[in-house]
Design a protein. Sequence first.
Length: 520
Amino acid sequence: MRTLTSVDYNALCCDFHWDLPDRLNMADQCLAHDAAAVAVIDYDGNPQPVSFGQLDDMTDRLAHKLGVLRGERVGVLRTQSSWTAAAHLAIWKSAAISVPLFKLFGPDALALRLEDAGIRTVVTDAEGRQMLDGFPHLRIIVPEDGQPDAGPFATRPTGPDDPAVIIYTSGTTGAPKGALHGHRMLTGHLPGVEMSHDLLGQPDDVIWTPADWAWIGGLFDVAMPALALGVPVVAARMSKFDPVAVARLIANCKIRNVFFPPTALKMLKAANVRINGLRSVASGGETLGAPMLDWGQQAFGLQINEFYGQTECNIVASAAGQMFAMRPGAIGKAVPGFQVAVIDDDGQPRPDDTQGDIAIRRGAASMMLGYWQRPDATADKFRGDWMVTGDKGMIHNGYIHFVGRNDDVITSAGYRIGPSEIEDCLLRHPAVAQVGVIGKPDPLRTQIVKAYVVLRPGFTACDDMADQLRDHARSQSAAHSYPREIAFLDSLPMTVTGKVMRRELRALAETERPQSESLL
């Protein structure tokens, strides 16, 4: 299922075409390999290989147990494991729609996604079952190795544009939106994954990422493309990123290819950890900069290949050490199959070396079908034939340069966090009258979440109140997006229509001294 067969970048771009047959199902794409070959390596201190034959059997047993209808939305509340892969594959075989859910979500964040997607069934584990105690209407399935064999499950017919997965993405206003993708999504990810890993799929390649499989970065930048390419993928849950444990994991599982989010690279650098034996290292989510790339060359003995994309249309541009030399300040070139341009307000491409909005032309295989039940938001995402990313940039000699974001999305430790969801959570605390949330620059995480709070009469601004609000946000919303800094104001800067002026809060944050805070 390879899409790239050469390191000649220009030839690849000229010859490339999307191979999207009328019948296409991502489960079949992932399982069409020698039954004896290794598919997943479960790791809990010791490598436990799971073959494609075993994964196929797990998938079929779970599909029979699910018994879901075509188009039904099914939640997957699990972290990295072979059963997590089997859960998504079983849902896709059933022509249903999988919805990955994050273990660090609090009840509010879970409830929002469960309700918005209309989820009635969730595949989880023992830990996840406890998290779902407050949702008695759900049908909860915990797959087990001893589950009885009901025989093969015939894949229900699906095509490239039949819906397969909803991945929620945060924005600046309102609730998170679900990006609905079709079965062509996996095919759309392959060229970018291959390119960022210097033609992933070479002999002895084994891939891993610390990114959770509940996010597009773990599920579709690593796990599913690896299965589609027949590359063993390591499933290793890390409750906390430990550079020494990471080096041990890579050695024990003979990992040769890694997707490291930028924060993971920064932590490896801070711990002075160097890793030998890797063939490729990819990174995405935020730009690294020349010093980090230079360190990567020393620490890994190879170039870190940055890639660029977003949940709505992923891995559209990438560096590729074997294809072309990198330029300082660039994030790479367009991946074959994607037309990436910098456009103006009228949707027209701008000349080289001039700034504009980074956009992707319609027709790319990894582009979403639309936002789930949000036709107006879907229409707003497009400008003519171009899907607008929300990022500013420019292009020079084919190299794409990222300048900055148009919106208020916070990029923290590789996660994209929408401020409105955190604001809504804090506003439900009885002490809070008004709140504005921004991203504050941080050397480790790129940004941290900072909340500016106006208290109701009768409540006192103090460290104890800040701790209460932090704990409230962490427990009710999500443990990865709670505000690590909270400041109290008498009033917030507002527009005449009553909207918080976050740009003024960001300017205020730049004048403040950092507060002490602990790592997640």
